[in-house]
Design a protein around this ligand. Structure first.
Ligand code: BGC
Length: 715
């Protein structure tokens, strides 16, 4: 007897037909099962799978907020559970295994804020690609990244996990990350479904305190917080995560205007939306739902397709359906989106993981190369007096000091679930293997030895800053100074009078006013993962000419927060270069502006040209010249200002950037296009408008310095 294969099992049939066919065969319990992502460790897991009562597992449930060491994932375990779903459940719908794979899996790369500092989307794509290959070898096919929450508050621990303060840069990096995770073909067995999070406004937590209320005006929401998310929809991201926070009294988990009207309807997103951890039931704590049943009702009707961890959907949706409070169409729509993702991932054809793949891909040479390249591109040269950097590899006695020079796990940065600290090359070891004579190095991690060391050597490299655990989820600070005691040692080292290079390792912007004033050279390095040491050594000794640029302003002090470049002018702006200041105890400007970063070359800009190409279209160009005898890459930045508009616009907005590689003495012309997409903004009701009138245009080397011209947009 031949049994007809159901349409949904036919891989040659179009995905939408397969989805409809499968949906038509499912019981309501099976549908609700697809809408639940279970925390991994449950005694009844096998029974739930066999009964089709669960659609996904998150394998990160002991990783409290990404900060704790936890159980690792094993492809064999994943396969074992998948086999139950595929072979023993009634319809054989595969499970989707998820984990927070944020900036690497076994090969850990720089934290996303460090990736943003490269201003190189290719770096973000590579880090995500290597993470996808390695995580997929453990059976993971869905990650909760990228996070593109705009952050204007360094106190917020999760500033580490995003791309900084600018919506355009964040959108470019996030879109590249999506492409890296999802690969050319989502159905390839080394691709991960990406998840844009946390939609939306999570980074605006009041006081920089995680999970806190966000007060965001519609104007700021449309123009600052939403655009990076939209960029990932355009890049084809497969899932979204609703954020924990409320905006204007409405928790996002239950916000129909954002989840359905904006995301699914206006932007045409056809993937699915998952809640954050337990967030559906947290609607009760928010005070908008009396209990789990009402929470499930609000969330499903808002357009939330999957509940992570808590169980309100499975416990109460059957009853809500019977009572007509949630319709079967709403459930079908959610399940349709969830199944579509599973088909797109090729899970019906390839549900199992090749258990030998891990050995081949984890720490593959190409991945280590990408990780090292990502680190060196992420390092920002903030100061270099009298050309102290790069350091000579021969002929000088070098002192290497600091609490982090022999650190390993602290260099991972937040949300590292699968890195092995033994893979982290220590900064000291990397320095030793770069210089000609390792005997010419003395080192110390102890403050009381630092001065004796300094007396002996010709130059001192002091590596200070925070360990990875000082930032991340639920790791906010009220203080953004260097950790206690560090500045005091630097002060003592300065008194020794030896040329001093300060390397700051961090997961957030730190307040470095004293360091910037007194150190001879300063490098800023966000937590870089396994290759932090080699990447840093490449920059310190000139094997790599620094190209990093700040993706977020560095404040002078915590009291200045929020300080960001794309602020409004106000009715009483400070005169540029004037000596007035609005604070009576501090200048108004940040210590170092967004976009800032030096190199070992002197690059000059000239000949700004703005040509009108047609209706609301312009070409902006300039020349950049490398006046040094060293090859370099210049990050050329394009900013605009809409001078008059019905709704006030920021004093500057980044609208483009280009990485221009220049041989010694070489000059190139760099060109940017400006059209309605860049010149417009989102006005009332989220409608994009371009207003006729004058605009300032800058091509610059950071948000504060550049050549300025103007253009006029005609009606
Ligand atoms: C975080 C998410 C994360 C989730 C699952 C939550 O606490 O906010 O970013 O993806 O946990 O681990």
């Amino acid at each position: 007897m031949t049994v007809d294969r159901p349409l949904y099992a036919d891989c040659s049939a179009p995905i939408e037909l397969r989805v409809s066919d499968l949906l038509s065969r499912m019981t309501i319990e099976e549908k609700i099962g697809q809408m639940w992502q279970s925390a991994f460790i449950r005694e009844d897991a096998e029974e739930l799978i066999q009964n089709g009562q669960v659609g996904s597992f998150i394998w990160a449930d002991t990783a409290y907020a990404g900060n704790e060491k936890q159980q690792s994932v094993a492809a064999a375990r994943v396969n074992y559970l998948q086999r139950i779903a595929v072979e023993k459940s009634r319809l054989g719908i595969p499970l989707l295994f998820a984990r927070d794979v944020i900036h690497g899996h076994r090969t850990v790369g720089p934290i996303p804020l460090g990736q943003a500092a490269t201003w190189n989307p290719e770096v973000a794509r590579n880090v995500a690609r290597m993470a996808a290959r390695e995580a997929a070898s453990d059976g993971i096919r869905w990650t909760f990244a990228p996070m593109m929450d705009i952050a204007r508050d360094p106190r917020w621990g999760r500033v580490a996990e995003g791309y900084g303060e600018d919506p355009y840069l964040a959108g470019e990096m996030a879109a590249a990350t999506v492409r890296g995770f999802q690969g050319e073909d989502l159905a390839a067995t080394d691709s991960l479904l990406a998840c844009s999070k946390h939609y939306v406004g999570y980074g605006a937590a009041e006081g920089g305190r995680d999970y806190n209320t966000a007060e965001i005006t519609p104007n700021t929401l449309q123009n600052i917080y939403l655009p990076p998310f939209h960029a990932t929809v355009k890049a084809g991201v497969g899932s979204f995560m609703a954020s924990f926070n409320e905006i204007g009294g409405e928790p996002v988990t239950a916000n129909r205007a954002l989840l359905t009207e904006k995301l699914k309807k206006d932007w045409g997103f056809d993937g699915f939306v998952v809640s954050d951890w337990n967030a559906v039931c947290e609607l009760i704590e928010h005070g908008v739902a009396e209990g789990p049943k009402q929470a499930a009702e609000l969330a499903t009707n808002a357009g939330l397709d999957m509940e992570m961890a808590s169980t309100s959907f499975r416990d109460t949706l059957p009853e809500l359906l019977k009572e007509g409070l949630v319709s079967e169409e709403t459930i079908d729509e959610a399940v349709r989106r969830l199944l579509r993702a599973k088909f797109r991932l090729g899970l019906f054809e390839n549900p199992y993981t090749d258990e030998t793949m891990g050995e081949r891909v984890k720490l593959a040479p190409e991945h280590v190369t990408w990780a090292r390249d990502a680190v060196r591109q992420s390092i920002i040269l903030l100061k270099n007096q009298r050309g102290l950097l790069p350091l000579a590899k021969v002929g000088k006695r070098l002192g290497v000091f600091g609490p982090l020079i022999e650190a390993q796990a602290p260099l991972f940065g937040t949300w590292t679930l699968d890195g092995d600290e033994n893979d982290v090359v220590k900064i000291l070891d990397a320095v030793r293997s770069t210089v000609a004579d390792p005997e010419a190095i003395r080192h110390s991690t102890l403050t009381d030895e630092a001065l004796e060391m300094a007396r002996w050597c010709d130059r001192v490299v002091a590596v200070v800053g925070e360990s990875g655990n000082r930032s991340g989820e639920d790791h906010c600070t009220t203080n953004i100074d260097l950790p206690p005691g560090q500045q005091a040692v630097l002060e003592a080292l300065v008194r020794m009078g030896k040329p001093l290079v300060v390397v700051v390792i961090a997961g957030r912007p730190l307040a470095l006013e004293w360091v910037m004033e007194h150190a001879d050279a300063v490098l800023y390095c966000f937590h870089g993962g396994v290759q932090t040491g080699p990447g840093l050594a490449d920059v310190l000794f000139g094997d790599f000419n620094p190209t990093g640029r700040l993706p977020i302003s560095l404040p002078r002090s915590v009291g200045q927060i929020p300080v960001y470049y794309n602020h409004k002018n106000t009715g009483r702006p400070l005169p540029k270069g004037g000596d007035r200041t609005r604070y009576i105890d501090s200048p108004d400007s940040p210590l170092i502006p967004f976009g800032f970063g030096l190199s070992y070359s002197l690059v000059s800009y000239d000949n700004l040209q703005i040509a009108e190409l047609g209706e609301q279209r312009f070409k902006v160009s300039s020349t950049v010249k490398n006046n040094s005898d060293r090859e370099t890459t210049e990050v050329v930045q394009l900013y605009i200002r809409d001078r008059f508009s019905k709704i006030t616009r920021p004093v500057k907005e980044l609208k483009g950037f280009a990485r221009v590689s220049l041989q010694p003495g070489e000059q190139k012309t760099v060109e940017f296009d400006l059209g309605p997409e860049q010149l417009g903004y989102y006005g009332p009701g989220g409608k994009s408008i371009v207003e006729p009138g004058d605009f300032d245009v800058w091509i610059g080397w950071n948000s504060d310095q550049g050549m300025v011209g103007s253009l006029t947009v005609r009606a």
